[in-house]
Design a binder for this molecule. Structure first.
Ligand code: ZN
Length: 491
């Protein structure tokens, strides 16, 4: 099938037909986490958005090199290049090596991503492992005259750059506005202008992460790592750079200036940004008490949560919104997503049990095409999900004996469901009904609960309690009902 994939490019502010630089191959760079704390919802959205893009590009035949970095140096407490290094501070407070902090939170990030069924990138470079490349990048910017050394630190000369190029073209800002909104420099500042950003910072005596450079013992500025590692692994020009909208300014704006400053041209062809997440209508923030980590979601351990929400519920919730729309998290919204996800998975399980007859009385043709069209239109996952829900109605009719399907259409329907649910949307089956284990497994649990009912009827409480206890410990939710029992796998 021919695909005209259309993606919204933040740089041009419009949807564009995607044309890779090299036929059949895509270079994709996404800003990864700063590893000084647990992954939270703010991490889940870009990870899932660009996982969807990665999966889709791969599905439609591209060989994708997906680079997602680990920020483990140079991310200061304040985006204006001030304050302590976030990882260094954590290491100092907890008396750890900075790399112990990095490893600890990187492992936890990986676990959370695996739970969300986010595929690992092709390359996951660490900023601390690319200091030489970053120093070389700074040197090129200096050689081309776009930077200056001040007291051992190196800054990008924004005003000089802006005389020739437009600083602010990605985020739609201009230097005049920026000057009026940034804090005026005090007499002590090393910078020429408040807009200038650090390429290299001389380390103060208490700063524990530092490296030698031609200018000082110090460390790279935060924006530099993505320019250095992106071009190292994907070339001086590459296809797509992604990240959250919060990174648009200053991070990505500075990346553009650095590329032009060092290479004489821009690096990225398509800039993609996912929108942000609010919680109960509020911005997320540690001070607001609504900073919910992914683990707290999975375990239901946060005062704002009425229950635990499984990783697939979170994933489904994020995919139910277009990546450029805002998303508001609340327990009620998540409960609705959980229901929707279970409904879709239920239809998927029913589909596996359907037997074909000689005629088809539901609409199967065109489903594949409609789902592809939605994905080709700037990754419109909510529309894909609505098409799958529509098809689920037909599946339920067949399984209730109110409609039929022929073998060929059944095969097509199964293929489309597998392709879009599992391969493209990346949803996994979490409930007790699994396609691999099928009815045999379900039957075994039913049988145990049947035995338990008989034990209860015989007042054999020991056996009845034992079965209930053991199944609960294995992660099954068991409920006694009027006419028997209900169960599901709770994790
Ligand atoms: Zn970045």
């Amino acid at each position: 099938m021919q695909h005209d994939l259309v993606l919204y490019n933040t740089l041009s502010r419009k949807k564009e037909v995607f044309k890779p630089i090299h036929e059949g191959r895509v270079g994709l760079y996404v800003c990864g986490p700063t590893v000084y704390g647990d992954a939270h919802l703010g991490h889940a959205r870009p990870a899932i958005t660009f996982d969807l893009l990665f999966r889709y590009l791969t599905q439609i035949g591209y060989k994708v090199r997906y680079v997602r970095n680990i920020t483990d140096v140079g991310h200061l407490e304040n985006d204006a290049d001030e304050g302590e290094d976030k990882i260094g501070k954590k290491a100092r407070l907890e008396q750890l090596e900075p790399m112990e902090v990095v490893q600890f939170y990187t492992n936890r990030y990986h676990n959370a991503m695996e739970a969300l069924n986010v595929l690992p990138p092709s390359i996951e470079p660490h900023a601390s492992g690319h200091i030489i490349e970053q120093i070389q990048f700074v040197q090129k910017i200096l050689d081309n005259g776009w930077g200056y050394v001040s007291n051992g630190s190196v800054y990008f000369d924004v005003e000089k750059y802006n005389k020739v190029h437009h600083y602010g073209k990605l985020s739609g800002r201009n230097v005049e506005d920026l000057l009026s909104t940034t804090r005026a420099l005090d007499g002590q500042s090393e910078k020429k202008s408040s807009m200038d950003f650090a390429l290299w910072k001389k380390a103060s005596p208490e700063h524990i992460m530092h490296w030698p450079s031609p200018w000082s013992e110090g460390f790279p500025g935060w924006h530099l790592e993505c320019s250095a590692m992106g071009t190292k692994y994907l070339g001086d020009e590459f296809d797509i750079h992604g990240g959250g909208m919060d990174l648009l300014f200053p991070h990505h704006e500075c990346e553009i200036a650095q590329s032009v400053g060092a290479l004489g041209h821009e690096t990225v062809h398509y800039w993609m940004h996912n929108n942000m997440i609010t919680i109960n209508g509020q911005k997320m923030g540690k001070s607001l008490g609504n900073f919910i980590t992914l683990e707290e979601f999975f375990e239901g351990k946060h005062p704002l949560l009425t229950q635990a929400f499984s990783p697939m519920t979170i994933r489904f919730f994020i995919l139910q919104a277009h990546y450029r729309s805002t998303v508001d998290f609340s327990s009620e919204a998540l409960q609705a997503s959980q229901k929707g996800y279970e409904r879709l998975m239920d239809a998927y399980a029913r589909l596996q049990r359907i037997t074909a007859t000689d005629s088809t009385t539901i609409d199967v043709q065109g489903l594949r095409q409609r789902c592809f069209e939605a994905m080709d239109d700037d990754l419109n996952s909510p529309i894909v999900i609505s098409h799958l829900f529509e098809a689920s109605k037909g599946i339920n009719l067949i399984s209730d004996g109110k409609a039929t399907i022929n073998p060929e259409d059944l095969k097509e329907l199964k293929n489309v469901f597998d392709l879009f649910i599992k391969d493209i949307l990346g949803l996994k089956i979490e409930t007790g009904v699994s396609e691999n284990t099928g009815d045999g497994y379900k039957g075994a649990i039913d049988l145990l609960l049947q035995i338990r009912m008989e034990a209860k009827a015989n007042k054999d409480w020991a056996t009845s309690d034992k079965i209930r206890k053991e199944l609960t410990a294995l992660g099954f939710d068991i409920k006694d009902t009027k006419d028997g029992f209900e169960w599901k796998l709770s994790r």
